[in-house]
Design a protein around this ligand. Structure first.
Ligand SMILES: N=C(N)NCCCC[C@H](N)C(=O)O
Ligand SMILES: O=C(O)CCC(=O)C(=O)O
Ligand SMILES: [Fe+2]
Length: 332
């Protein structure tokens, strides 16, 4: 495995500054195109999210994982639909999230865009359409995370405008599909893998939507990205920057010009690693298909069928928990 400390660095400032010029934006868009095409992963700076807020978000997650009791965690646990949950939101214990047939060695709190259907009459909920369960401790957890999520919406919209300019002469290719962008936020806690375990902290996978903004603590040597030759590249955190990768919907929109890059986490270090990825996604009902400008750049042959984002997400979430299947064996 090779470690590169030099993923491309993209500075989003011109897309968040009303006075910036077209040529300033085009310069960034060009670098962004290369990063998305050649690697699929990059560091994002100039995003405007204060480092202090990022640190508070990481610390609140750490506090929850390290100090909440088993009962407090279970009160927030993810439940299957027939158990009154939505199969997606809430706390997952170690080994509960399945990737490629094995349980991942992490615990997590998963949150999503508020439900699109009315939940006032209670369960049963549709898949991913239940309420978000927030912890009572630390007391500011919910307000902190809601402020953080709001901030990342601004960044998500700006980055998608930059990506649009990278692919075409307009910033608005994706705008019609981002009227109420779906999102997911995971607060993840990774104890080190047991020394003798062949296991994995988070198995190889792609993300499902537009772009992921990964915030992680200072732990090194955990996240790995698959390169075009099939090898693994270690990606260490860069203070204040986000590690950004593209998701499945951008691969479809670009007709495969930009690939949704496979990544995994192998945390064999000593400390307890905390990461908080934010997934910025299309509208739940967005019909995603190769864009004309991308068809032209890829020889005119359509390589992907149209996909409805919400259906894609629901399918992936079901797969993550063997819903209704052998996943129940993993529960206490
Ligand atoms: N929203 C996202 N990306 N969640 C990723 C969860 C870990 C990978 C998942 N079990 C899988 O197999 O996709
Ligand atoms: O913790 C990380 O560095 C990445 C987590 C991840 O890939 C995911 O949750 O989709
Ligand atoms: Fe991921």
């Amino acid at each position: 495995m090779s470690v590169i400390s030099s993923l491309p660095i993209i500075d989003l400032t011109p897309f968040l500054t009303p006075t910036s010029t077209l040529s300033e934006k085009q310069e960034i868009a060009k670098a962004l195109y290369t990063a998305c095409h050649d690697v699929g992963f990059f560091y994002l700076t100039g995003h405007g999210v204060p480092e202090e807020l990022q640190n508070e978000v990481l610390e609140a997650a750490r506090e929850f994982f390290m100090t909440a009791t088993q009962e407090e965690k279970q009160a927030l646990e993810r439940k299957e639909i027939d158990e009154g949950g939505d199969g997606a939101r809430g706390w997952q214990k170690l080994g509960e999230n399945i990737t490629m047939g094995s349980g991942d060695w992490h615990e997590a709190l998963d949150y999503y865009h508020p439900p699109l259907s009315d939940t006032s009459s209670g369960p049963p909920y549709d898949i991913v359409q239940g309420p978000n369960p927030w912890p009572e401790k630390p007391p500011h957890f919910r307000s902190l995370y809601e402020a953080y999520i709001a901030g990342l919406h601004t960044v998500g919209h700006a980055l998608l405008r930059a990506m649009s300019l990278a692919l075409s002469s307009t910033e608005d290719l994706f705008t019609p599909h981002l009227t109420s962008p779906f999102w997911c936020l995971r607060a993840i806690g990774y104890p080190p893998l047991p020394a003798t375990s062949p296991g994995i902290s988070c198995g190889a996978h792609t993300d499902y939507g537009c772009t992921t903004f990964l915030l992680a603590d200072e732990t090194r040597g955990a996240l790995e990205v698959r390169d075009k030759q099939g090898g693994w590249i270690g990606v260490d955190p860069l203070k204040g920057a986000y590690v950004v990768n593209i998701g499945d919907m951008l691969e479809v929109w670009t007709n495969g010009l930009w690939k949704s890059t496979v990544h995994r986490v192998v945390h064999r270090g000593t400390g307890f690693r905390v990461s908080v990825p934010f997934f910025f996604e299309p509208d739940w009902d967005a019909r995603v298909e190769p864009l004309q400008c991308c068809l032209e750049k890829t020889g005119g042959v359509r390589k992907y069928e149209a996909k409805v984002y919400g259906e894609h997400l629901a399918g992936r979430v079901k797969g993550n928990f063997y819903q209704g299947g052998p996943g129940k064996v993993l529960k206490d």
